[in-house]
Structures are given as C-alpha cells and as structure tokens.
Design a protein around this ligand. Structure first.
Ligand SMILES: [Zn+2]
Length: 133
C-alpha cells in the first residue's frame, strides 16, 4: 500500500557542488541533498512546495524544465521525460522524481518531487494533510 499521499517540490538553479563541498557546508541550503530522505529535513523542507496530485506534479516539472531548458532537450524531449515521471509518480514505491541537469548556459538545475510521508503512520514534517482522507 502507498503511504505517501502528496509530494514536496524542490527547485535549485545555480552552481553545482561536489559531495565533499556540500559536506564542508559550501553549498547553499537550497542545493539538493545527497540522500532522498534529507529533502524532508528541517533545513531543506522550508524551501519546498507541495502538490497532492500527479498532474500538478507534472505541471510543476514542466514549468521548471521549460523556464530552464536542459542542454540535451533536443535529444531527450520534455514530453518523454514527463511521460517517464508520470509512470514513476504512480508507483507504490520509489515514487520520487529527481532531475538534475545543465542548461545551455551551464547553470545546474535540480527539480525534485519527493513523496511524503516516507513511512506508514509517519507525519508530514510541515503538517500537510491530504483533504481527500
Ligand atoms: Zn509532506
């Protein structure tokens, strides 16, 4: 059974940081964390948006990727990326989307849609509740 009932959205655009740089605290707090669970940490979650339906998550990804197009956008079309995201978000497990890519102007962009809560009976860290339940 699915225990997540919504997703948190995280966007970053800027300089890319290596893992050692991130561990040394050189990356800004909006830079995506290494571990998926850390997206929902106190430092990260304050930058998040929330969506509770797959179409809303896909719209958010589409908007982000349209405003900052990937450098390989002609080879890997946005429609294909979104179709893949649509299937992934509908899965019972592993229903997270983590996109990281460079734009033509060498800006690193990260668009992440992270399922929440992570475990059964766990509460959302920002207290979001699905109205349908
Ligand atoms: Zn949540």
């Amino acid at each position: 059974m699915k225990h997540h009932n919504h997703w948190h959205t995280f966007r970053y655009a800027g300089k890319a940081y290596t893992d050692p740089q991130r561990r040394r605290g050189e990356a800004p707090s909006t830079f995506p964390p290494f571990a998926v669970k850390d997206f929902l940490s106190e430092t990260s979650i304050k930058h998040a948006g929330t969506v509770d339906r797959i179409p809303a998550a896909l719209d958010w990804l589409k908007q982000g990727a349209t405003s900052s197009p990937p450098v390989d956008g002609a080879q890997f079309l946005l429609e294909e990326r979104l179709a893949w995201a649509d299937r992934t978000l509908g899965l019972e497990r592993g229903a997270d989307i983590i996109w990281g890519y460079y734009t033509n102007s060498q800006v690193y962009v990260s668009l992440s849609v992270i399922a929440c809560p992570r475990r059964p009976h766990e509460a959302c860290p920002i207290g979001f509740q699905d109205e349908a339940r």
